[in-house]
Design a protein around this ligand. Structure first.
Ligand code: SAH
Length: 283
């Protein structure tokens, strides 16, 4: 980071001389205007507990400090994590967890997961596992993440569009999603090869379905998209994970009028859920 990019009104942030590590997906956001906009999307409030994934050199952290009751930073990089630990050793409002976010359950971050807000400019190679981790119950109140633009497209895609698939349904089935910003690659150092976007994910509270029901839906969605070119009837009947009987299919047709010639990418998240749970009840 060049001196001009640092904010001299706050004490020095860790890692000013830190060299970016590609293995940890380190692309630091240097555009101050975008930094602020992302933090505003988290709507930090004085009583909030906020988790930041991968604070790095503090691009987002600097705008979060002092704006919430408790800020938890999870950072895997040894040097950056000890920099943050050092800087906030005496600060009861900031807690640093030196480790891999995928190994830190949200219940370890707070006893009140349902009101936790999560923000992160995360390493793109682990976007899907991070999303899965954050959206496994109990879910936080709000998740604001920087992701590769194509991944944002997939998260937000409506049925019948090319980007629509298991990721769209997995997220939209449990949360309300919104694109907050587009972020050009030039906003980062080093400059990555892809453009980015920030998405806000607001999980339903309370969840609409039990964990067991969500598992059923996921199983159906996964199977359907493995056979994405086939018609629904063929998938339900023929996919080894599903293997619906002719009677079950007939009953479904009668009860719902669902057109079994439709292809998986035309079914909405609600239709998938309905279909998965309908079967559970029929059995
Ligand atoms: N938020 C900063 C840094 C983004 S780069 C900014 O916007 O500039 C991604 C950050 O995530 C880096 O600090 C990297 O060290 C950290 N990181 C990478 N893998 C991680 C993991 N598994 N768990 C927690 N942090 C991780």
């Amino acid at each position: 980071m060049s001196p001009g990019e640092d904010d001299s009104s706050v004490p020095p942030l860790p890692g000013a001389s830190h060299r970016a590590k590609r293995s940890l997906g380190q692309n630091f956001l240097v555009d101050g205007n975008l930094q602020r906009k992302i933090v505003e999307a988290v709507e930090p409030a004085p009583l909030d507990e906020i988790l930041e994934i991968g604070p790095g050199r503090g691009a987002l952290t600097r705008h979060l400090l002092g704006r919430c009751r408790r800020l938890v930073l999870v950072e895997l990089d040894d040097a950056l994590a000890s920099g943050w630990e050092e800087r906030h050793r005496m600060d009861p409002g900031v807690e640093v967890i030196h480790g891999d976010i995928l190994k830190v359950p949200l219940t370890r971050v707070t006893s009140q997961v349902a009101s936790l807000k999560v923000v992160g400019n995360i390493p793109y190679n682990i976007t899907a596992p991070i999303l899965f981790h954050l959206l496994t119950p109990p879910r936080p109140a709000l998740v604001v993440l920087m992701v590769q633009e194509e991944v944002a497209d997939r998260i937000l895609a409506p049925p019948g569009t090319p980007s629509y698939g298991a990721l769209s349904i997995g997220v939209q089935g449990v949360a309300v999603v919104e694109r907050v910003l587009r972020v050009p690659r030039t906003a980062f150092r080093p400059v990555p090869r892809v453009d980015s976007a920030v998405v806000a994910i607001r999980p339903h509270h309370p969840p609409r379905r039990s964990p067991g029901e969500e598992g059923e839906v996921r199983r159906l969605v996964r199977a359907a998209f493995q056979w994405r070119r086939k018609q629904l009837g063929t998938i339900l009947r023929g996919h080894p994970e599903l293997a619906w009987s002719e009677e079950e299919l007939e009953e479904l047709r009668e009860r719902s009028g669902l057109d079994l010639r439709r292809r998986p990418e035309t079914l909405s998240p609600d239709e998938f859920a309905w279909l998965a749970l309908e079967r559970g009840m029929a059995r």
